[in-house]
Design a protein around this ligand. Structure first.
Ligand code: BES
Ligand code: MN
Ligand code: ZN
Length: 498
């Protein structure tokens, strides 16, 4: 999609559809007032008639409004000023895009000049409009024989005052990078397990390497992982015909000596549970068990597009969790790259098994911070539902930074405690640590397991089990979370550098 910044007189803008805001009680925003006076009160007459009251996300499409250049004026409700927030802004943008897609126009211009949200930052308000308009254009048709009709919409323009043009250009660039990152994450998530295998993910990394000068991808194969001592990661793929891969993407935008921020994604391309087999109902959704990895791919792509002046390493631990005669069995004991031994009491708690070796590997980079992202526990859905990513960290400042990035990016996260009390649930009679800690506090004990491998650096874990995809029915599909949070986190890091 081509996004553009425009300015000029509202009534004479060249666009197929002009979007203007109606506030609560039918009050007109400045741009709507301009259209109203150009049309000798046409808009206020319609409002007085009661066709639109200005409630959040209400829409009314008008044709042939007199006195203006555009053929279509789309009124959209923004509600009361005290109700303006990111959630309602997104609802309004989504409603607009629904109408726009329905009409088949080739260009649309947003002239939204009232208060849009409670985010004090104008750059982010504009960026969110770009992100959310862009996200509504996402279509998945990779595995359909009949491809979606090509989009008629070619251009989305935002009206911005002359003085704000520079901020707006940055917002547009960053917003576009984030939408692209989300689309990549959604595509990878939505692809089925028979296509999106560990090898497929590795190929995606090599393609990014080809595309961007600033990024270098290295694939660590099973033999090399065995040499490195990653027997815990390898144990997860034992039952699968698909070879496991450790994918390493190094982005160099900073100075040579700048310590990198490391992102580590869980890339289980299908999670059957292994010998601790999952129940059949809804098991297809375990193709989404690589959404952590997908969000790393999305954030790395956004980073390359934004050319941020920092160093970042993206690591993906990719494996398929299958039952077979070669599969790991409950009670098996493996040695991790760190030297610690693990008793695998449940082969369905496999995410932590691939992540622990990837986290040890991350230590090689002497990282400034390490953030892992994983669809790790069903318990996180019980704790935080489908709205918030779970954050657990060995450093409260880092947890705060991530939650702040989540707020700024409207991709929320919430911290759970990582207290020592929970660590004892992982005691094993036969190994240094068990891979499960029982049902109580399942998200926390999973993070406790990971914490045994992250002592050397600032680390946080993001559990995205509840937010990475929409389940069941018509709505089923990957969300692209938490690409916005991760990208915002990296943007904040690069702002700190300057
Ligand atoms: N990938 C799942 C977690 C999951 C389940 C995410 C459902 C989203 C929806 C993970 O590998 C898993 O199976 N976890 C187990 C851990 C348990 C065996 C300790 C779980 O959550 O039940
Ligand atoms: Mn599992
Ligand atoms: Zn899993």
């Amino acid at each position: 999609m081509d996004f553009e910044i425009v300015n000029g007189e509202i009534q004479s803008l060249e666009t197929e559809c002009l979007v203007i805001a109606v506030e609560a009680d039918g009050n007109l925003s400045p741009a709507a007032k301009a259209v109203d006076s150009a049309s000798s009160g046409y808009i206020s007459e319609i409002i007085n008639q009661g066709d639109i009251s200005g409630k959040t996300a209400q829409t009314l499409l008008l044709h042939k409004v007199p006195g203006v250049t555009t053929k279509r004026v789309l009124l959209v409700g923004f509600g009361k000023e005290e109700d303006r927030n990111n959630r309602n802004l997104r609802k309004a943008v989504t409603a607009v895009m629904g109408i726009v897609k329905g009409t088949g126009v080739s260009s649309v211009t947003f002239a939204l000049d009232c208060k849009l949200s409670d985010d004090a930052d104008q750059y982010r308000q504009l960026r969110h409009v770009v992100e959310w308009a862009g996200a509504e254009l996402y279509v998945y048709d990779e595995t359909k024989s009949k491809k979606a009709d090509p989009l008629k919409l070619e251009q989305i323009a935002l009206v911005v005052n002359d003085g704000d043009a520079e901020i707006a250009e940055t917002a547009l660039l960053d917003g576009t990078a984030i939408v692209n990152g989300m689309s990549i994450a959604r595509d990878l998530g939505n692809l089925p397990g028979n296509i999106c295998t560990p090898t497929y993910l590795a190929e995606q990394a090599l393609e990014l390497d080809d595309e961007f000068e600033s990024l270098t991808a290295t694939i660590v194969d099973e033999d090399e992982m065995a040499e490195l001592g990653m027997h815990c990661l390898l144990s997860v793929g034992n039952g699968s015909e698909q070879p496991s891969k450790l994918i390493v993407m190094e982005y160099k935008g900073g100075e040579e000596g700048d310590k990198p921020h490391v992102l580590v994604g869980k890339g289980i391309t299908f999670d059957t549970g292994g010998i601790s087999l999952k129940p059949g109902a809804g098991m297809d959704e375990m193709k989404y068990d690589m959404c952590g990895a997908a969000s790393v791919f999305g954030a790395m792509t956004a980073l390359c597009e934004m050319e941020l002046p920092i160093n970042v390493v993206g690591i993906v631990a990719a494996a398929e969790n299958m039952p077979s005669g070669h599969a790991t069995k409950p009670g098996d004991i493996v040695t991790t790259m760190s030297g610690q031994t693990v008793e695998i009491l449940n082969t369905d708690a496999e995410g932590r098994l691939v992540l622990c070796d990837a986290l040890t590997y991350a230590g090689k980079f002497e990282p400034a911070s390490v953030v892992d992202i994983a669809t790790l526990t069903g318990a996180c859905i019980i704790a935080l539902g489908h709205h918030a990513t779970g954050v657990l960290s060995n450093n409260d400042d880092l947890a705060q930074e991530l939650m702040q990035a989540g707020n700024q990016a409207a991709d929320k996260a919430w911290q759970l405690p990582l207290w020592d009390e929970f660590q004892e649930q992982l005691d094993s009679n036969f190994a240094d640590i068990a891979n499960i800690g029982g049902r109580p506090g399942g998200t926390i004990t999973a993070a406790c397991f990971l914490s045994r491998f992250t002592k050397e650096y600032r680390w946080a874990h993001l559990d995205i089990a509840g937010v990475a995809w929409h389940s069941g029915g018509k709505n089923k599909g990957a969300t692209g979370r938490c690409v916005p949070l991760l990208t915002q986190y990296l943007l904040n890091q690069s702002a700190d550098e300057e």
